[in-house]
Design a protein around this ligand. Structure first.
Ligand code: MN
Length: 233
């Protein structure tokens, strides 16, 4: 039996609606610019006819369960919310055909891709990696997983409010690359595994939060996600 010099980090996991077992989280993938109106507000419109989706990853250690209060992060003056539908993978998949994509879906969740927008944009415009902007401690907020094996979500309202004021309001039917297309494309690059989560992108209306702000988002048919932003720590 392996022994360790110090306690290894715990396995990241999420509760599952209706089950006592948790969903053990493997990798966190994020689709960039996957709603036209958000791509436009970022100054980078997408032409699906000539472009492919792109991705970034965050460490599983950034996973934060919905309902938490997390510290305002260091080294930013523009900490943004991004409301997203999260896809939970339940079976292995490599080079999955779009028509077969439903076979590896375990379920869904509602998530927040919290972002140091100032640092992300500097990195983007200088051609540097996005890690300091995106791989922020506590920034991958996620609800419980809702088991919906084999179900492909094609529409449903997605919205987010801050302190009760609606900031983001769209529909999952506006995804540029839909659930089947994301699985087919991402699985060309990665052997998808049970426990992988895919944050599918954010609609327009992203904006900054301040310490004390309370974020509440939801995806119709899936559920809600909440986060309170605490003081810098
Ligand atoms: Mn995002």
């Amino acid at each position: 039996m392996t022994t360790y010099l110090f306690p290894p980090p715990p396995v990241a996991s999420l509760p599952v609606r209706g089950k006592t077992e948790h969903f053990p989280v493997n990798r966190l993938f994020f689709v960039g610019r996957n709603y036209h109106a958000h791509a436009v507000e970022m100054g980078k419109p997408v032409d699906k006819s000539v472009e492919r989706p792109f991705y970034f990853t965050k460490a599983p250690q950034t996973l934060t369960l919905s309902g938490a209060t997390t510290p305002y992060p260091s080294e930013t003056a523009n900490y943004h919310f991004e409301m997203e539908l999260v896809l939970a993978i339940g079976k292995p998949g490599f080079r999955v055909k779009a028509d077969d994509a439903h076979e590896i879906i375990y379920g869904y969740a509602a998530g927040l891709d919290m972002t140091r927008r100032d640092l992300q944009l500097v990195a983007r415009d200088k051609g540097r990696p996005w890690d300091l902007g995106k791989d922020v401690e506590h920034s991958s907020v996620c609800s419980e997983i809702v088991p919906m094996p084999g179900v492909v979500i094609e529409h449903g309202a997605i919205q987010l409010s801050v302190n009760g004021a609606v900031k983001q309001q769209s529909d999952v039917d506006k995804l540029i690359w839909n659930i089947r297309e994301i699985i087919a494309d991402l699985s060309l690059f990665y052997h998808l595994q049970p426990g992988d989560l895919i944050y599918t992108g954010t609609p327009e209306g992203v904006g900054a939060v301040q310490p004390g702000d309370r974020i509440a988002g939801s995806v119709e048919g899936v559920g809600g996600v909440e986060l309170t932003v605490g003081p810098e720590a």
